[in-house]
Design a protein around this ligand. Sequence first.
Ligand code: 5GP
Length: 124
Amino acid sequence: MSQPVYDDQNIFAKILRGEIPCNKVDECDHTLSFHDIQPQAPVHILVIPKGAYVNMTDFSENASAEEQTAYLAALGRVAKMAGVTKDGYRLIANTGQHGHQDVPHLHMHILGGHALGRMLPARS
Ligand code: 5GP
């Protein structure tokens, strides 16, 4: 299935270009991590690749091995920096319409700092 075209006006592209600020947690050649502006848990950090990838499908198909390795390493590093590895945490990459993705630049949510409950609410 073809991927949506990358929109370089999305909010995370603007953060990467320094057009709007973020509360940075970590940065490397290929990734930037910052606190979510509307935290859903005591720890809520977003980890994004610096490359222009819409979502995980796009990233897994088109990012270089170096970018993919750096992204995975950033997720582990930032979770450790945030102090959630002992008690546990959750990684979420909302993808596309059914995944309820709002910002069309790949981002992984790192959530933790208290018990998060079940993965999904029961459907009514
Ligand atoms: P999504 O629903 O796409 O998985 O999540 C997008 C996330 O980006 C939301 O949790 C939202 O609070 C966060 N967000 C949206 N705009 C900004 C912003 O300007 N700065 C930061 N730090 N987070 C943002």
